[in-house]
Design a protein around this ligand. Structure first.
Ligand code: ATP
Length: 817
């Protein structure tokens, strides 16, 4: 930035103090008038003064003019010292020399005049100078102030802009930080919320279960309560009925008591009667006893009488008659007495029976009374206990209901709390979801942009590219000597150029990339991986390996299965595809993949996955005729070709193993020499984004071409000649197709080769094509290598020499810079 400098002050003819003094003196004469007319007036005054002086000295003027002119020529004022010298000059006057004095004085006055004139001139000059300086100064000041104000404006504008930018930057940084922090916080919050939600969900489910249980409990309790209430009601009814029954019983009791009293009275009367009867019976018994004793006495009398009879034999008859009559009397007495006794006994017995019946009745009544009393007591006890129980049950029920109510309230409270928490969590989740959606939208936008940029970069690199790969020496175990193949070291060709020496002649080729013998499989794959990504982004990609037999095509495409580091393009591509699809799952992408693998030998298609089908052998595959068709959406359909859904690396490994086996079996059956067929691995990728509804359909073709051979050199005849011709035809067709497509020619000769026709939808347009030209470094195969490189250069030529490519590369450089 150029700094602003004030205009340089014109240098004064005086030193500073001289100038000051001169200006002081000038001020005496001019007072405050410094403008132009004032100067003129001052000059006029001075000229008048000079003129006056000349008038006053008129007398001497003539005679002094010479002297003056002489003096004038002598006195010259150049600086202040001259003036001071003049002022400090002392007249050397001799006494009484008036003339001399006059002359000296007039001389002095002249000098003074000259001095004044010089001074006036000086003053004028200075005034003019000052004037111009002033105007300059004013102009400069104006300009300066304008500039200053402009600068100030600019500065303030810049400051404002800077501040605004700083503010904006700060804001952006803050926003960025916030965004990042927000993002982190959101992620964390989302995680937390997720766990919270899960916890809330689980607690909610637990609570719901609890609530359900509590509801069930409450229902059960309500049922119980209802039951208890019903029971209570029933018991109350029962109680009422019991009370009724009790009162009935009481009434019965009262009635029965009356009856009992009556009966008791009757019983007493009967008892009295009984007693009387008993007394009578006693008296009768006494009478009977008395009669018995009298009978005994009579018997003893009879005995005595018998004795007497014995003694009184005579008197016996009389006595017998007497006895007999007495006995008859006794007998009749006995009969009457026994009849009387029997009647009495009968009566007594009847009375006793009656008594017994009455007693029994009384007893049964007593028993019933007792039972009734017991039952009543029992019932009263039962009633009491039931009432107690009822009260207890009611109390416990009430307590239970209260506790359940409390529990219900608590559950309701916790439920409400849980619901609020749940709602809050839901809100947060909603917000987070929205944030997530926004982030996802941003991600998908970013993804779309990435795809676009990725594709642009690839397009700028070239939709058709050719890589050259030189394999290490393997035949004689020697180190790579560079005698046949060498790599130019000039900066513009490093990594892109290859020189080949064949029969002392040197040939130079340039490709998009040249991999030397020390390049690893990973180095090669790094370049491929972008194309694999393109296939996932929905583009059609073809990667070919071309070269003479044993140049490393299969090594490049398949690699060595046994070593992880030596895996080739196919397993690595598939690994990348599975890794990427897995990573993209979180962004809503779902991919499905279908793999097929076929071989084209002598223009015949062989399904390499067919032998995997149950009951199908390779011979079946060979005998089949496969037709190639293209549908309207640009997909290739090979009729009856085995297509396997692949979901994992394992599936792919299995397929590759199977294909390898089929290939070797096929070769043996066909007596085919190694590498006489094109092997095409095709992976169809269909992707759908569940979030954005975006869909992609990509195809990845990985092709190990048949080993190229120069017809002239092959010395082939018969079938072998036919085979070689077929290979060469299909390879040149392929290069023709690629060449025509690159040049955007209207007619592309797809149909003259099965391989090119098969790959037709995947060549040209947006499709990406990459061809590896594999090179053997051995001198023995230099001629073959030259052929391969020429072929590849032909494919590459469609890009080389077309100005578009340079423009693209320039663009690419601009982008990368
Ligand atoms: N870059 C490499 N590093 C180490 N070994 C390699 C490399 N390239 C090829 N080879 C080895 O060279 C030999 C021939 O390679 P490969 O079978 O891949 O050639 P090819 O071109 O497929 O032959 P063909 O046309 O007969 O199928 C193999 O043993 C392979 O392992």
């Amino acid at each position: 930035m150029s700094s602003f400098r004030p205009p340089t002050t014109p240098r004064s003819p005086f030193k500073k103090e001289n100038f000051d003094e001169a200006s002081k003196r000038r001020r005496v004469g001019m007072t405050a008038k410094t403008t132009g007319p004032a100067n003129q007036r001052a000059r006029a005054v001075l000229s008048t003064l000079n003129a006056g002086a000349s008038v006053n000295s008129g007398a001497h003027s003539d005679n002094m003019s010479d002297a003056a002119s002489t003096n004038e020529s002598l006195v010259e004022f150049t600086c202040k010292e001259d003036v001071e010298r003049l002022l400090s000059e002392k007249l050397k006057i001799k006494k009484n020399d008036i003339k001399g004095k006059c002359e000296q004085q007039s001389e002095y006055i002249k000098k003074l005049r000259l001095c004044i004139t010089w001074l006036t001139e000086q003053v004028d000059r200075h005034l003019a100078e000052q004037e111009s300086l002033k105007t300059n100064l004013e102009v400069e000041q104006k300009r300066h102030s304008e500039l200053e104000s402009a600068l100030n404006d600019k500065i303030s504008e810049l400051t404002a802009t800077r501040e605004a930018l700083t503010r904006e930057m700060n804001l952006i940084q803050e926003a960025l930080k916030k965004e990042e922090a927000g993002k982190i916080a959101a992620t964390e919050a989302y995680e937390n919320e997720k766990t919270l939600k899960l916890a809330a969900d689980s607690s909610l489910s637990v609570l719901s279960e609890e609530l359900e249980k509590v509801r069930e409990e409450a229902k059960w309790v309500r049922d119980q309560l209802k039951m208890v209430q019903d029971n209570s009601k029933r018991l109350q009814e029962y109680n009422t009925s019991l009370q009724q029954y009790n009162s009935n019983l009481q009434e019965d009791k009262a009635k029965h008591e009356d009856t009992i009293q009556k009966l008791t009275r009757e019983k007493n009367a009967i008892n009295d009667f009984n007693c009387n009867l008993k007394d009578q019976v006693g008296s009768l018994r006494l009478q009977l006893e008395a009669s018995q004793s009298s009978q005994k006495e009579a018997l003893s009398q009879r005995d005595s009488l018998r004795d007497q009879l014995q003694t009184l034999t005579a008197a016996h008859n009389t006595a017998c008659a007497k006895v007999e009559s007495l006995e008859a009397q006794l007998e009749s007495l006995k009969v009457s007495l026994s009849e009387k006794l029997e009647g009495v006994i009968k009566e007594t017995r009847e009375l006793e029976k009656k008594c017994e019946v009455q007693n029994k009745e009384i007893q049964t009544l007593d028993q019933r009374l007792k039972e009734t009393t017991v039952a009543k007591e029992e019932l009263q006890r039962l009633l009491h206990s039931t009432t107690e129980k009822l009260k207890e049950t009611e109390k416990s029920n009430q307590e239970q209901v209260e506790s359940l109510n409390i529990k219900l309230q608590l559950v309701k409270g916790s439920g409400v709390e849980a619901i609020t928490r749940f709602e809050m969590a839901e809100r947060t989740i909603r917000e987070l979801r929205e944030q997530l959606l926004r982030a996802e939208a941003r991600i998908s936008e970013g993804e779309a942009l990435r795809k676009k940029l990725h594709n642009t970069i690839l397009e700028l690199k070239g939709n058709i590219r050719v890589f050259c790969r030189v394999r290490p020496f393997i035949t004689d175990g020697n180190e790579y000597d560079g005698s046949v193949v060498s790599f130019p070291t000039s900066t513009d060709l490093v990594g892109r150029g290859i020189d080949l020496t064949n029969q002392t002649q040197s040939y130079s080729f340039t490709f998009d990339r040249v991999f030397g013998p020390n390049s690893s499989q990973q180095d090669v794959f790094v370049e491929i991986s972008q194309l694999v990504q393109s296939a996932l982004d929905g583009y059609k990609v073809c990667i070919f390996a071309y070269g003479q037999t044993g140049s490393g095509k299969t090594y490049t495409m398949m690699g060595r299965r046994s070593s992880e580091d030596e895996k080739g393009v196919i397993p690595r591509s598939l690994h990348q595809i599975f890794e990427t699809t897995r990573a993209l799952t979180s962004e809503g992408w779902e991919y499905s993949m279908q793999a097929s693998m076929l071989e084209i030998y002598n223009e015949t298609i062989r399904d390499l996955l067919l032998s995997g089908r149950p009951g199908v052998g390779p011979e079946t595959s060979n005998s089949k005729q496969y037709n190639i068709k293209h549908d309207q959406s640009g997909n290739t359909i090979v009729s009856d070709l085995t297509i396997e859904e692949v979901h994992s690396q394992g599936d792919v490994d299995r397929i590759l193993r199977q294909a390898e086996q089929s290939r070797s079996v096929g070769r043996t059956q066909m007596n085919e020499q190694s590498s006489r067929s094109h092997c095409v691995f095709t992976l169809r990728i269909s992707g759908i984004n569940k979030k954005t509804e975006q869909q992609v359909q990509g195809v990845l073709n990985l092709i190990d071409l048949a080993g190229s051979e120069r017809l002239a050199k092959s010395g082939a005849t018969g079938d072998r000649l036919k085979e070689t011709q077929a290979i060469n035809k299909s390879l040149s067709a392929l290069s023709d197709v690629i060449f025509s497509l690159a040049k955007k020619e209207d007619h592309v000769p797809f149909r003259n080769s099965k391989l090119t026709y098969l790959l037709q939808p995947c060549l040209g347009g947006d499709s990406k094509t990459l061809m590896f030209v594999n090179v053997s470094p051995e001198a023995s195969s230099a001629g073959e290598t030259l052929c391969s490189l020429r072929f590849a250069a032909r494919v590459n030529a469609c890009e080389i020499g077309i100005p578009r490519r340079q423009t693209q590369q320039t663009k690419l450089l601009a982008i990368s810079s």
